[in-house]
Ligand binder design. Sequence first.
Ligand code: ADP
Length: 593
Amino acid sequence: MFKKWMMMIAILLYASLTACSSKAPKEPEMANQGSYDVVVVGSGGAGLAAAIEAYDAGANVLILEKMPIAGGNTTRATGGMNASSTKFQQAEGIVDDNAIFYEDTMKGGYEKNDPELVKYMTDNSAAAIEWLNSLGITLNSISTSGGQSVKRTHRPADGSAVGDFIVNGLLKQVKSRNIEIRFQTMATKLIVKDNQVVGVEVESASGKGMIDAKAVVMSTGGFGANFDLIVKYRPELKDYVTTNHAGATGDGITMIEEIGGALVGMEEIQIHPTVEQSTASLITESTRGDGGILVNQKGERFTNELLTRDKVSAAVIALPEKYAYVVFNQRIVDESKAIEKYTKQDFCFKGTTIEELADVIGADPAVLKTTMDTWNEAVAKKEDAAFGRTTGMDFGQEEGPYYAIKIAPGIHHTMGGIKINTNTEVLKADGSAISALYAAGELTGGVHGGNRLGGNAVTDIMVFGRQAGLHAAAYAKEHGAVGHVNQEKPNQGEKELIKKDLPATFIDGVYMETVKGHNADIVVEVTVEGGYIVKIAAIENEETATIFAGVEEQLIPEIIYQQSADVDAIASATVSSNAIKEAVQKVIEKAKR
Ligand code: ADP
């Protein structure tokens, strides 16, 4: 009898197992990786500005960044940030008006721009300069760039590249507020419930997961490094180099499109006229804005160098050789750290005299000499009879040494993208807004119309990034935001600070080590308490903040978690990582019981 029962059970068990295996395997449950008032996706200029504003408005904020470093394309912005009616312009006696800035932007974009967005951006540009200034990010040196009728391109006083300067400054603010950034964490999908966005799905080394949010800000940047999308909208650009960082793949555009967000102007892709082709390095427009000229292979000028980017690009492409040289002298180099950097690269040619430079680049010395003399006369008379240039003519290039960089156009900025209104709400095709979803920065479309003016991208990301943060925080507040409570424990994710069951091995104390970093020596302070390493701080360091952020957010917590320097270096910050690991290893040897 017992045997019979056993047989029956075995048969039933087999039947139920085979029945199960004929079904599709069940998707594993996604781990919940936290709950926040505002989740900001992307840590470029727009995302960082949004995160700071949302935090300051009382929200508890998480930033997701798929790359190991912060900053995206923003760190590549060199020229400056356009703004009108600023106190810095007034200090220099520059008379400007928001309405003129509006007109320049609309004209530059062939009136294809969204007028309301442009009006909001230009009216709020001075406030954004002021906000940055209040955070210690001062852009008080004023230059010009193509398509501006007034000098309004704001830059750091020391001539540093504007993008890095802003990102470093904003990152410091993010840190001082303990706003959590999760690097190498890619948002893959927006979660929608009852017609509103309630979170994001993510992928990271710890697997797939979901994060709840009362409101989401999408600031994932453009698609200038996604050739499938580029070719889909502009097949003729398939062989161009791109100046974009590898993460500019239009993820946010795809994710928002999937939930019904409308797109605008996707075919409006800007090519930048001056890109050094072997390295895809962008040669900033301010090289011309500060007085540089463009010459063809013979050594002749062929265009007004400060026309809008599309026109200058077209003029280069129309040359039989399809490339040109940007020529500038030592005075221009001395004005700008960004330009000074070019002169240290292999691609920059140099001559003590203009004739010597011509020899080096294979141009005709007599022709290039005549070109430069004629240009210097035009600057002196403030009249460019040849091409009608009227800006970037404060100084001629009378004295050497002279420099030249061979350039041709490259893909630079994707002007189309997600349709938003002035509150940065994401709109559907019928004009209604998707609840709890905000977007700012290069993933949006409409601000720049058919052509973006140099210096307007930074204005766009700052003005609308701030706006997105404020609106997302306000929405979260109306829908039960919890505020800063969870903000006290930054950057630990779901992990404990120190791995369970590790022995307390070290002698308590504060240890100092000096090690060689990427840019200079780093002084590392390691604190041991209760036998455990509890804190590692690079108290003196000149590493690039965007790169070092990954070390601080990921490598250091991992060392503390493992209580060991034997952890993986952060990709793309290997020198800084190894320096910290070396310092900790030295301390471990000294502090062993
Ligand atoms: P903007 O400042 O105009 O928003 P940036 O290119 O400066 O544009 O910054 C966008 C940032 O978003 C980049 O750092 C990029 O790596 C990041 N990013 C892009 N896609 C994702 C994604 N799916 N998840 C998380 N971060 C992303």
